[in-house]
Design a binder for this molecule. Sequence first.
Ligand SMILES: NC(=O)c1ccc[n+]([C@@H]2O[C@H](COP(=O)([O-])OP(=O)(O)OC[C@H]3O[C@@H](n4cnc5c(N)ncnc54)[C@H](OP(=O)(O)O)[C@@H]3O)[C@@H](O)[C@H]2O)c1
Length: 277
Amino acid sequence: MPSQVPRIPDFLYGTAWKEDRTAALTELAIRAGFRGIDTANQRRHYFEAGVGEGLAAAYRAGIVTRADLFLQTKFTYQRGQDHRLPYDPSASLSEQVAQSLAGSLEHLDCDAVDSFVLHGPSSNYDWTEDDAEVWEAMRRERDAGHTRLLGVSNVLLRHLEQMADAHAEPPAIVQNRCYARLGWDREVRLFCRERNIVYQGFSLLTANVEVLRHPLIAQLAARLGANPAQIVFAFAHATGMLPLTGTSNAEHMKLDLAGAGLALSAEAVEAIESLVG
Ligand SMILES: NC(=O)c1ccc[n+]([C@@H]2O[C@H](COP(=O)([O-])OP(=O)(O)OC[C@H]3O[C@@H](n4cnc5c(N)ncnc54)[C@H](OP(=O)(O)O)[C@@H]3O)[C@@H](O)[C@H]2O)c1
């Protein structure tokens, strides 16, 4: 484990869908001020080795050290992968988890990540025996010092409740797509808040185009001298979410980071909560 593990930063930079721009954009994001990096050992959507190259460039340039960063990766079931698997598909799920994380540590050139997340449960409805096996294997990785925290992603409240019935240990992190029309994932956020679980929201802009175009958001943006995307990130921050952005644009990187720091009034937060759902 790194000797000084950072607290979880206020914003995560997401590295999905960047292919051969992954290294340069990861470095750029760190230069822009991001200290949390989200990736996955899932070559179909992420180029994790490229993230490692970007980190190495930032270390070489003296911008940060490993201890300044919060690094998060994921284990993805075979059904979420393409042919470029990060494990032997004939191995047990427990072994696949260990192989996947070992590959991530190699890609990111570190002894441990800060967070290791189950990318999605094996069923869209239930927490299954396969998930239980994977979770136990993830716990063993944590106990072996290969990650500081464990999380789950793409979960329903039902998954979390079944998980709580099946395991003594809850996740430290939940990462979900956050739709405003579903009350910004209100039920899952409440579950997390009551248990001190960090809720990470993604697709805050892409899943919520109707919010970005809403007159109330335009008014708030004008009042604060901000843009609508920044209002969404300010809202996420005000509600206790840890937002992700995967912007490929240097100016948007700075705007997104600054957005999370904007102060919204309690009335504005309440209005955005129920703006479209
Ligand atoms: N757990 C999962 O299953 C899962 C699934 C999806 C994503 N994720 C994670 O979440 C990360 C982020 O994904 P995402 O779906 O939230 O977003 P995304 O795919 O990165 O899309 C963000 C979009 O918003 C635009 N944007 C960002 N800041 C803006 C600004 N200030 N003004 C105007 N446009 C702006 C970006 O365009 P520009 O590039 O032009 O700025 C981009 O089109 C991913 O990289 C990945 O790490 C996880």
